[in-house]
Design a protein around this ligand. Structure first.
Ligand code: SAM
Length: 248
C-alpha cells in the first residue's frame, strides 16, 4: 500500500474501481477451471461445511461450492460486484476487518483478491481468526516470477508494467493503489506464521501452451497456496505485517 492512503482509503479506492469496472468481470466459471479445481482439491469434501469466500466478486466460485453442498458466505468491498453474487449469503465489508466471531468457518477461500489488498498481514490474521482450528485456507493469486503466456521470454510483471502505462490495467500507473503479485515462497513463509501444512502449487492454465510452462512450473502465473489453521494461536504481532519485497 502506498503511504499516502490509510487502510480505509485504500479500500474505498478499490471498491470504487470495482464498482466502475463491474461489467468487465465474469459472473460464471466452468467446472473445469484450474483455479476452481485447485480450491476444491485444497478444501476436500465441502458438503455441510461453512465456507467464507473473501472478495467473492460476483460469486462465480462460491456458486460451485454451494452446488457441492457447502453453506457459503460471500464478502466483498464492492456493492456492484456483490449485487451479482446470487445464491450466497452476501456481506458487504473488507477482508481486513471481518464481521464474524472467531472459529466461525471450516474453510476460507480468496481467489485473486489478495493482489488488491496492499498489506496482506491483517487479512491473513483475520482469515486465521474466523477459521476453526484445523480449518482450511485456499488462496489463488498471481506469481510475481511468472513468464508471460503469449511471450514466454518476457516476465509477466514487465508486460503488466507496460499495460499499466497504457492504461489497460485495473489501476492507473502512478495512482495510489497498485495490484501486487506474490513471490510464492515469500507468501508461503508468511502463511507458516499462523498456519500448518502450507503448500504451494503452480497451476497450469490452458493459455500457457508453451513447453516452458510444463517444464518449469515456477514460470506459471496462477498459484494456489493451501494451508491448515493452526490450533495454537499465539502471535507476536510485529513479524506478521506486510510482505516486504513482493513485487507488482
Ligand atoms: C478480481 S475480483 C475476484 C472476484 C472473485 N474472487 C472471482 O475470482 O471471481 C477481486 C474482488 O476482490 C474484492 N476486494 C478487493 N479488496 C477487498 C477487500 N479488502 N475486502 C473484500 N473484498 C475485496 C473486489 O471488490 C473484487 O470484487
Amino acid at each position: 500500500m502506498t503511504p499516502t492512503l490509510t487502510a480505509e482509503g485504500h479500500d474505498a479506492e478499490v471498491a470504487a474501481r470495482f464498482d466502475a469496472a463491474e461489467g468487465r468481470f465474469k459472473a460464471t466459471v466452468g467446472a473445469d477451471d484450474v483455479r476452481l479445481r485447485a480450491v476444491l482439491r485444497a478444501l476436500g469434501p465441502v458438503r455441510g461445511s461453512r465456507v467464507l469466500d473473501l472478495g467473492c466478486g460476483k460469486g462465480r466460485f462460491a456458486a460451485h461450492l454451494v452446488a457441492a453442498g457447502a453453506c457459503v458466505v460471500g464478502l466483498d468491498l464492492s456493492p456492484a460486484m456483490l449485487e451479482r453474487a446470487e445464491g450466497v449469503d452476501r456481506v458487504l465489508g473488507s477482508a481486513r476487518r471481518l464481521p464474524f466471531a472467531g472459529s466461525t468457518f471450516d474453510a476460507v477461500i480468496a481467489i485473486e483478491v489478495l493482489e488488491h489488498v496492499g498489506d496482506v498481514g491483517p487479512v491473513l490474521l483475520e482469515a486465521r481468526r474466523v477459521l476453526r482450528a484445523g480449518g482450511r485456507l485456499a488462496i489463488v493469486d498471481k506469481n510475481a516470477l511468472a513468464l508471460d503466456a503469449r511471450r514466454p521470454w518476457l516476465p509477466s510483471l514487465v508486460v503488466k508494467a507496460i499495460d499499466e502505462r497504457r492504461g489497460r490495467w485495473m489501476y492507473p500507473s502512478g495512482g495510489p493503489v497498485r495490484e501486487r503479485w506474490f513471490v510464492p515462497g515469500r507468501l508461503r513463509d508468511r502463511l507458516r506464521l499462523d498456519f500448518d501444512e502450507v503448500r504451494v502449487e503452480p497451476l497450469l492454465r490452458p493459455e500457457e501452451r508453451h513447453p516452458v510452462f510444463r517444464l518449469a512450473p515456477a514460470a506459471r502465473l496462477m498459484t494456489l497456496w493451501a494451508a491448515k489453521a493452526r490450533t495454537q494461536t499465539a502471535r507476536d504481532g510485529s513479524a506478521r505485517s506486510g510482505l516486504g519485497g513482493d513485487r507488482g
